[in-house]
Write a protein that binds this ligand. Structure first.
Ligand code: KG4
Ligand code: ZN
Length: 342
């Protein structure tokens, strides 16, 4: 079964054709990073305009790359929400129009469910063993989710303020490193000492919740003090602060993930969402998973960690397999910026 996946919830126009929820036949993304780098974050109106400009060229390139036509597609999966409404609208309109024109089943997908299925891409489904414990960490979300079966989720923890990706983005802005903050901080951290600057960790004992706003405020306080003292930030100081900040986030995420796996007696843990692209987090979790006898999975490619159409197609495949009868009759898909997964 071949599914066209469409993802436009934020700042990437990303389309993919995926076979059996696993084999990526083609994948094309128009990134807006350079544009949003100038403004230090996403301006929704600009993001929507970029989607409008790029979605049809991306669509055409995708089918050229796959050497397929729309008639070779069995169903269309699209991100319905959550996200920026004007960005989501561009993707859902394309999906609804194609579905109506070519009489294809339409599958609305929750963005986070898409991230969860990013781990299924290019992997044999027989290597997955439910229940799974998934850390979804991105710019807008930071949750711990127990997945008992396909489409069956229980949230056991969430962020009380900033998501981990959001904290990366805000701290990068404080340090003048541009957008998106995650890769920029990870890069600087390579040259810094993660133990150099002591930073807080909000453990929130007795819960599997997260909180990163205190950490961000502490970074801001340290930076202001340093600027007062030396007028500017040296590159060594930026590297140490980036490394110490990243260490604080990784420490909390990896510790809570392991604690939750032990508490819920889950054998297999996953990293998903933009922050799962972080190499140091992946490495730390490799070590901890080995120590505790856990199976660890994270997306096999960095592009499957951040927003992408392939993960939406993969989620669409498993949703369709479970409830194919739901998707037979064409109906318009409207975006829902506040869509809930649970
Ligand atoms: O999932 P995603 O692409 O978009 C949302 O759904 O929000 O996640 C984007 C977030 C951004 O906050 C970005 O800074 C973060 O993921 N991110 C990273 C890395 N790559 C992206 N954070 C840490 N390390 C990275 N290498
Ligand atoms: Zn995302």
């Amino acid at each position: 079964m071949r599914i066209l996946g469409i993802e436009t919830s934020c700042d990437d126009t990303s389309l993919a054709i995926v076979e059996h929820g696993r084999n990526v036949l083609a994948h094309v993304t128009a990134s807006q990073v350079k544009i949003h780098n100038k403004t230090g974050g996403i301006v929704p109106e600009i993001a929507a305009r970029e989607h409008v400009t790029h979605i049809l060229p991306v669509f055409e390139r995708l089918f050229q790359e796959a050497n397929l036509s729309i008639h070779d597609i069995d169903a269309i999966a699209v991100t319905k929400g959550p996200g920026l409404v004007s960005s989501l609208l561009v993707g859902t309109l394309l999906a609804s129009t194609l579905g109506m024109l070519y009489q294809k089943p339409l599958i609305p997908v929750h963005h986070i469910e898409g991230h969860i299925y990013g781990n299924w891409l290019e992997r044999d489904p027989r290597t997955f063993h439910f229940p799974l414990l998934i850390l979804t960490a991105s710019g807008g979300h930071n949750d711990l989710i127990v997945m008992k079966n396909h489409g069956v989720y229980t949230s056991i923890g969430h962020t009380r303020d900033d998501a981990a990706g959001e904290a990366f983005d805000k701290v990068a802005r404080i340090l003048g490193l541009g957008y998106p903050g995650g890769p920029a901080i990870a890069q600087k951290a390579l040259h810094g000492d993660p133990q150099k600057i002591p930073l807080p960790r909000a453990w929130l004992p007795g819960t599997f919740d997260f909180s990163f706003s205190g950490l961000k405020s502490e970074v801001l306080r340290i930076v202001e003090k340093e600027v007062k003292k030396h007028r500017k930030l040296s590159s060594a100081f930026i590297a140490h602060l980036a490394a110490s900040f990243q260490e604080s986030i990784i420490d909390v995420l990896s510790t809570k993930l392991v604690q939750a796996a032990l508490a819920y007696r889950v054998q297999e843990v996953h990293l998903a969402g933009g922050v799962s692209a972080n190499q140091s987090l992946r490495q730390r979790m490799e070590e901890k998973a080995e120590q505790h006898g856990l199976t660890l999975k994270y997306p096999v490619r960095i592009v499957y960690s951040t927003d992408n159409g392939a993960m939406i197609a993969a989620a669409g495949y498993f949703l369709y397999k479970k409830h194919w009868e739901k998707y037979q009759k064409w109906s318009n898909i409207l975006p829902d910026p506040n869509l809930s997964l649970l």
